[in-house]
Design a protein around this ligand. Sequence first.
Ligand code: SAM
Ligand code: SF4
Length: 465
Amino acid sequence: MAAPTFTSTKPIIPLTPVQEPELPVLRRLPPNGKTFFTWTIGCQMNEADTAKIASMLQEAGYERTDSDEHADIVVLNSCVVRQAAEDKVAGKLNSLVRQKRANPDMSVVLTGCMVTKQQEKLREQFPHVDLFFDPSDFEALRAFVPEMTQLDDDITQLPHYYQPETDAGRAGITAYVPIIYGCNFLCSYCIVPYRRGKETSRPFADIVTEVEQLAANGVREVTLLGQTVNAYGHDLPGTPSLADLLRAVDAIPGLERLRFLTSHPKYMGNDIIDAMAELRTACEHMNLPVQAGDNEVLRRMRRTYTRDLWLERIAYTRQQMPDVTVATDIIVGFPGETDEQFQQTYDMLAEARCDKVHLAMYSPRPGTLSARWEDDIPHEEKFRRHQALEELQKEICTETNSRRMGETYEVLVEGKSRGRWSGRTRGNTLVHFDDDRDLFGKLVDVRITYTSPWYLMGEPVGTPR
Ligand code: SAM
Ligand code: SF4
């Protein structure tokens, strides 16, 4: 892939005419008395796949159940990014053996990154699983579920049947929309490219159509997804960029908020940041994983950028959007990471003052380059480094959030948590508040009356909309 420059010279894709979507009429099958249960671990891509699987099953007449005890179909969506995730999937699969014995008609389905190229081995290890299918291979599910073949339309192809549901069974107001699958990087620690393949962008018009339909169905916030979401479009005719796509999606009536993740620092061009700053719906939030703050560790991680580039991208974003919040990912205890190198990461995070840091202890993944190197940082030391960064981040978030006291933020209400309404600001900060009205799905201005490192609380002001 050619590395984009930071100032795009590409012409902006003309927004009109966006291909007029042909919207086929859906024929949802009546309830068939059968139920399904889903269980998901891992990234937002998996969550998006699970939402689509659930929608497909609902179209085919199945009803969601919140327990795997008596479900007719149990779908597990797996992750292998770290050993701990893989162990949880194995534990969940093993817990279903007894149920399958008691109810042989129950179908157990496994998808996600654990499955890719591993089906033969998994079939031996977990003989009670009825169907294995690769991430996003919805055709395999369609062929497995008899009712799906009775539908007039090929539901794997319809962009618009996908309607996320909340736990309470109400139509969701936020949705994930995958825009690019796979990853062309080969970070030395990461198993994703081996399990998700090369980058493949979805056609521009398909994405716009899908978001139009979601917005027409009441979805107010959309998050565009990809392992390297900002590499979007390089493999498509005309090479549209993520900035082009943001502009097209921003114009969709009814959509209030637009987010995207996960971005790679190397492809975080000014064109994307400028579009974020300019567009009505683009939220003031950036997710830009850095992984380490030491250039030698970054080199051995094969991240293809330096610490300074990451800091500079954040500085430019803050210059364009002073209110922006920043999230990042860090791995501690990478093979050979010295105390001094770890200190570089610590100092970089102290300087960057991110709003959220996803911390992970290095976990060797079979087949990756770094798995050939000695995993020489003892678990206790990885843990110590993890704790040190957690403490640092807690201090930073305590200070940042305390400055939010008395401020008013727009909150999109996603549901109730322990009897309180909860939702997120445009900057992705969690806010809870009390109110007797039904505010589900509303945009509510909330004045902050309490702050903590991890969330805010407040009181609604003005009129919900
Ligand atoms: N594409 C994104 C990027 O470039 O940063 C991240 C995708 S990866 C699936 C999600 C996160 O898992 C990474 O940001 C990294 O922090 C973590 N991760 C990946 N491989 C790991 C490993 N072997 N050990 C520990 N954490 C890992
Ligand atoms: Fe994994 Fe690196 Fe690709 Fe992210 S960019 S998915 S960390 S290989």
